[in-house]
Design a protein around this ligand. Structure first.
Ligand code: FES
Length: 106
């Protein structure tokens, strides 16, 4: 699968990742600007906040209680498309997902 990260400037980076890799891990490993992942993927920091493009919304896993709580603590204002990147694991159904990186993360 691939993930496209679009920066607030409009600059897009496409990564090809293994299935099972989280969106946060892929971003941090590849130095994507604006994704921090401070807690290492435990749904405890909200520094992996992304906006998932609406066309992928119904392919995403349900929002867990932990994620729900942290989504209320994001630096950039939460929207309907807000998710924690660490809670989205790449799979074949999510092939070619596109997300927008918030302008503020910490
Ligand atoms: Fe901390 Fe996702 S990496 S909540």
């Amino acid at each position: 699968p691939t993930i496209t990260f679009t920066q607030p400037s409009g600059e897009a980076t496409v990564l090809t990742v293994d299935e099972g890799t989280s969106l946060m891990r892929a971003a941090v490993t590849n130095g994507i600007e604006g994704i921090v992942g401070e807690c290492g993927g435990q749904a405890m920091c909200a520094t992996c906040h992304v906006f998932v493009r609406p066309e992928f919304a119904d392919q995403l896993p349900e929002i867990s209680d932990d994620e729900e709580e942290m989504l209320d603590c994001t630096t950039a204002e939460r929207t309907e498309s807000s998710r924690l990147g660490c809670q989205i694991k790449m799979s074949s159904t999510l092939s070619n997902i596109v997300v927008d990186v918030p302008s503020d993360q910490v």
